[in-house]
Design a protein around this ligand. Structure first.
Ligand SMILES: O=P(O)(O)OC[C@H]1O[C@H](O[C@H]2O[C@H](CO)[C@@H](O)[C@H](O)[C@H]2O)[C@H](O)[C@@H](O)[C@@H]1O
Length: 292
């Protein structure tokens, strides 16, 4: 990567090259939108141990002041992403916004406050049924199933299969029973990397991204993600591009073979995981500083 010239040459698609040129023509009007897990933070077995990759905060502090805004759009609760990302009270990050729970929650660095609607009905009841359902699946054998259940501030609940003997087999075996459980409680299943999340319908990363881009009247957008939940944001960037807004789709591809291959196929630019994202953000900041 390195120089802005190299960066400009990198997108594999014509749309991506046009999007990046539009982005760098007026970076002060542009928005960078970023997924958290797998994009800003490396994938680890225990979700609570995830942290922003070294260099993320520094790269963001260089880039954010040069742009209209930087927004993190994540399936995590906003509070969790802010805490694991180390985004609180950082000089230079005062324009950072975190949209948690796929856009249902919003944290602003400028105020430090989180806006969150009331927890959706159904999550508590579905969560109460999960231990029995997982024990009956047999996938956890004699290990406690609790470690596989991620309660997400009462707004959603996730079942992780990464730490079972057969993560993909367990993931597939649980799809139908979790879909039935979700339906009984008015929820939907959001699949991800060895995770099936039960959450309320009505929001996704595409809705969140489009709404934010319009709110700040962005002149260009770059979105980076790594997982199935990011496909909705990709579709939103495609739709915005069709309206004439320059856009760039970036795939963070550190963990291959976990079901999110479509993202790499659709991306304009593929970077090697969070380390590659840091490099990209740094190069964008360099290029933005040289913009006319
Ligand atoms: O939208 P994201 O920020 O990408 O969040 C999506 C899910 O990410 C988390 O799970 C993933 O990361 C974990 C930690 O590295 C990993 O153990 C797991 O296998 C991944 O799927 C998070 O725990 C989920 O709640 C999010 O829905």
């Amino acid at each position: 990567m390195g120089s802005p010239e190299n960066l400009l040459a990198q997108p594999m698609t014509e749309a991506g090259r046009a999007g990046l040129a539009g982005f760098l023509a007026r970076p002060a009007d542009a928005v960078v939108a970023l997924d958290f897990d797998g994009t800003l933070a490396g994938i680890v077995p225990d979700p609570e141990q995830a942290r922003a990759h070294p260099g993320v905060v520094q790269a963001l502090t260089r880039l954010a002041p040069l742009l209209r805004a930087v927004v993190v759009i994540t399936g995590r609760p906003a509070e969790t992403a802010v805490r694991l990302g180390g985004f609180t009270a950082v000089d230079g990050l005062d324009r950072l916004v975190v949209l948690g729970h796929y856009g249902a929650e919003r944290w602003e660095a400028a105020t430090g406050r989180i806006e969150a609607p009331a927890p959706p009905p159904g999550v508590a009841a579905a969560t109460a049924e999960l231990p029995g359902l997982l024990e009956r699946s047999g996938a956890w054998q004699d290990r406690p199933v609790d470690a596989a259940i991620e309660t997400k501030g009462g707004r959603a609940v996730a079942v992780h299969t990464r730490r079972t003997a057969d993560p993909q087999g367990t993931f597939e075996a649980l799809r139908a029973p979790l879909a039935a459980l979700a339906e009984r409680h008015g929820l939907i299943v959001e699949p991800g990397r060895f995770v099936l999340e039960l959450r309320p319908p009505g929001v996704d990363k595409g809705v969140a991204l489009t709404s934010y881009v319009r709110e700040v009247d962005a002149g260009a957008v770059l979105y980076a993600g790594d997982d199935l939940g990011d496909l909705a944001a990709y579709a939103a960037v495609d739709a915005l591009r069709a309206e004439g807004l320059p856009g760039v789709l970036v795939c963070s591809s550190a963990t291959v073979g976990e079901g999110a291959e479509e993202l790499a196929d659709r991306a304009d630019l593929v970077v090697p995981g969070p380390a590659g994202v840091v490099e990209l953000l740094t190069a964008l900041a360099e290029a933005a500083m040289q913009a006319p």
